[in-house]
Design a protein around this ligand. Structure first.
Ligand SMILES: CC(C)(COP(=O)(O)OP(=O)(O)OC[C@H]1O[C@@H](n2cnc3c(N)ncnc32)[C@H](O)[C@@H]1OP(=O)(O)O)[C@@H](O)C(=O)NCCC(=O)NCCS
Length: 150
């Protein structure tokens, strides 16, 4: 297994909110946003693991602000920790109005992905080496969330 860094798998996905992504109030539907976040998190996990990965759980999903038709939604996915066969991915979504330029954090969530081998069994993933103070804090917090020793 390799040692890898957070920046090696950082993933950014951009979408424009279209009418079929919204509810009758023209606000982005939560389910559509989670779908986009899941795709960004899957790319991040699979890039870290270099294996096919599946979503095992989605935790602490917060919807802090809404986004409207025409807003640009940018989704940032970063690995916080790799365990044995699972990885925790922190996903943050931001919305920006074209004419205003300022971006708002609209949602964040922790996703857990599990790497699978060719016969669909869970399989070991590359190690994550946290570097910055923030990365070390997130790494330790991920361990507490999974209830494993530091
Ligand atoms: C996720 C899945 C592969 C786990 O299979 P499993 O037989 O329970 O695997 P194991 O018991 O060997 O556990 C493997 C790892 O997954 C983790 N895991 C299993 N279920 C989990 C859950 N619900 N949440 C978080 N982690 C989970 C385990 O803690 C373990 O982590 P580790 O190896 O890093 O310590 C299996 O439940 C599955 O295929 N689920 C469907 C996934 C899917 O199709 N997702 C798309 C949405 S429908």
């Amino acid at each position: 297994m390799k040692q890898k860094y957070r920046k090696d798998s950082e993933t950014i996905k951009t979408e424009v909110v279209c009418p079929n992504d919204t509810n009758p109030m023209e606000l982005l539907q939560g389910g559509r946003l989670v779908e986009w976040m899941d795709i960004a998190a899957a790319v991040c996990a699979q890039t870290h693991a270099e294996k096919i990965c599946v979503t095992a759980s989605i935790n602490h999903v917060d919807f802090k602000h809404s986004a409207m038709v025409g807003d640009i939604v940018t989704i940032h996915a970063n690995i916080t920790r790799a365990f044995n066969s699972s990885m925790e991915i922190l996903v943050k979504a931001y919305a920006r109005k074209i004419l205003e330029g300022e971006r708002n954090l609209i949602s964040e969530a922790y996703f857990t992905f599990v790497a699978l081998n060719k016969v669909g069994e869970s399989t070991k993933v590359n190690e994550l080496v946290p570097v910055t103070e923030e990365e070390i804090m997130e790494f330790e917090a991920a361990g507490r969330r999974k209830n494993v020793p530091m």
